[in-house]
Every structure is written in C-alpha cells, then in structure tokens.
Design a protein around this ligand. Structure first.
Ligand SMILES: [Zn+2]
Length: 300
C-alpha cells in the first residue's frame, strides 16, 4: 500500500496520487523507533546490595530481582549449578537487618574512643617535648662542629698544622655533620608521623562506623549502599544469615580487635578526674588495646 500523503482542503483529506517514497511498513517501523526514543527510558531497577553479597556455599555472587513491584529478593546466581542456596530468597529489608550486624564488628564505644584519643594526645604532648629537646641538642652539636671547623681552618691557615692533619680532622668533622643532619631529618619525619593530624585521622576512622550506623538505620537505600560498601569488600551469606565478612582497610583492623567489650571497662576516675589524666581512666588491658589500635591505624 502506498503512503498516504494528506492534503487538507476545506477540512477534508485527499489521497495523494504521487509515488510513495517509502513503504508504509518502513514508515511505521521508523515511527515506532522514533516514538520509543522520545519516550522516557524505563528506569533501571536499583538493588543496593548487588555486588556485595556472595554465597557462602558456592562462592557465587547473589543477584537480585523484583517481584510484585514492591518486593526485592536476593539469591545465589548458582553459576556452578551445584548450589542449593539459590532456593533461599532473601528479602531486601531482611538483608538490611542482617547487615546492621556488620557495625557490631567495627563499632567501639564513643566515650572510649575519646578517652583513648585524649590519652594518645597527652602522650603526643610528652613526645613533642622530648622531640623538641632532642632537636635542640642536635642543633647545638651542629653549631659546635661549625665552630670547630672554623678553628681548624684558622690553625691550618696560620701554619700551625700540616695539611694532612687538617684534611683528616676536617673529614671527621664533615662526617659527623652529615650524621647529625640525618638524625635531624629523622626527627622531623617522626614529628610528622606523630602529629595531631594523624591522630585526628585515626580518631575519625574509629568514629566513622558509629556515625554511619545511625545513617544506616534510617534506611535510605543509597546511603546504606555507600556506607556498607565503604566498610566491606563482601559479605558471605548462608541460610539468609551473614556467615563471613570481609572488611576493607582500615576497618579490617578495627574488626580484628576481638574483645571490644574490654573497651567498656572504663574506671570511674575517667568521669571524676577533672584534670583529665585519661591514661589511667582506662583499664590496663583496654588501654593497651586502644593504644594498639591507634598504633595500627597510623599506617593509613
Ligand atoms: Zn550458592
């Protein structure tokens, strides 16, 4: 059939009598394509935990699909065709509930973090004093060497010592100078590593899971995805329960601290001591765990 090219005349449509340029079939096909193009694209389904959950049984990723508009389920892709777990359909809100447990692994008591931080800061103050003193001593030694080198040169220029002796002594002083300068450089880098900035960063690493847990519990999908993927490489699932967690650095270090309840054994002096000698506010073991954790995290 020829394409009708309408011509309007007196409100009536007349049939065009020239040769069609394209067939109606092609015209319709093109129209359909153009129509689809203008239509807003179907929104891609969003599954916050896809790519994060793996099957503890076979190691395959869990995928997700939506059923009856509202319900999202996660299940083993069963890529190896050997897994029974793929029959376990894990509803998304239960996944969220299960994933809240992730925080138990990395959340420390906020008060303890503050105490450990203060204790570390006190120590930092003492270290700074020590480093400053050491730096002063090294600088004094450097000055002495310069004076000696000048005196040696005077002796030589006045003809009081032979060139060989001058050369030998001067070489010794130069070596000493090089060593002192190296020690000074080492001190500088130690200072930077010990700096308050590092301490703040470590404290923030401890605080991150605490703050984000509150966010997670609000239940906004995008935020849940963001925080959980910041903390975890993956979570292995078995029978709709977390079987294993694989934390990203540096949160893996926080997860490693086995007995976090030990952090809770704060002695009362912590509250009543107005001068805030925080070092003694923690039980000895809690204190050493806190210090160790801060120490580990220095590397990040
Ligand atoms: Zn599986």
């Amino acid at each position: 059939m020829a394409v009708v090219v309408g011509r309007e005349k007196d409100g009536k449509r007349y049939l065009g009598n020239h040769q069609p340029l394209i067939s109606k079939k092609l015209f319709d096909q093109v129209a359909e394509v153009m129509d689809n193009r203008n239509r807003p694209k179907k929104k891609k389904l969003y599954f916050p935990y896809r790519g994060l959950l793996t099957c503890n049984n076979c190691g395959c990723l869990l995928t997700a699909s939506r059923h009856k508009i509202r319900h999202v389920y996660y299940y083993c892709t069963n890529g190896k065709h050997t897994c029974e777990e793929h029959k376990n359909y894990f509803k998304e809100n239960y996944v969220s509930q299960e994933l809240v447990k992730v925080f138990d692994e990395v959340v420390f008591d906020e008060k303890i973090i503050e105490l450990a931080y203060q204790a570390k800061k006190e120590k930092l103050g003492r270290d700074d004093e020590y480093l400053a003193k050491a730096q002063e001593n090294l600088n004094n030694s450097l000055k002495t060497i310069t004076t000696r080198k000048n005196a040696l040169l005077d002796l030589f220029l006045d003809g009081n010592i032979a060139k060989e002796i001058y050369d030998e002594k001067n070489k010794m002083l130069n070596n000493e100078e090089v060593n002192l300068k190296k020690e000074l450089n080492d001190l500088e880098s130690k200072k930077r590593l010990n700096g308050e900035e590092t301490l703040e960063r470590i404290k923030n690493i401890f605080l991150f899971p605490i703050i984000e847990k509150k966010c997670f519990l609000k239940g906004e999908n995008e935020k849940q995805e963001k925080v959980i993927k910041t903390l975890l490489w993956n979570a292995q699932i078995k029978n709709k329960k977390i079987a294993n967690l694989h934390f990203k650095e540096p949160y893996n270090l926080l997860a490693k601290v086995e007995d976090k309840s030990d952090f809770l054994s704060v002695r009362k002096e912590g509250d009543s001591n107005p001068r805030g000698c925080y070092t003694y506010a923690l039980s000895k073991r809690a204190h050493s765990t806190a210090m160790r954790s801060f120490h580990y995290l220095k590397a990040f």
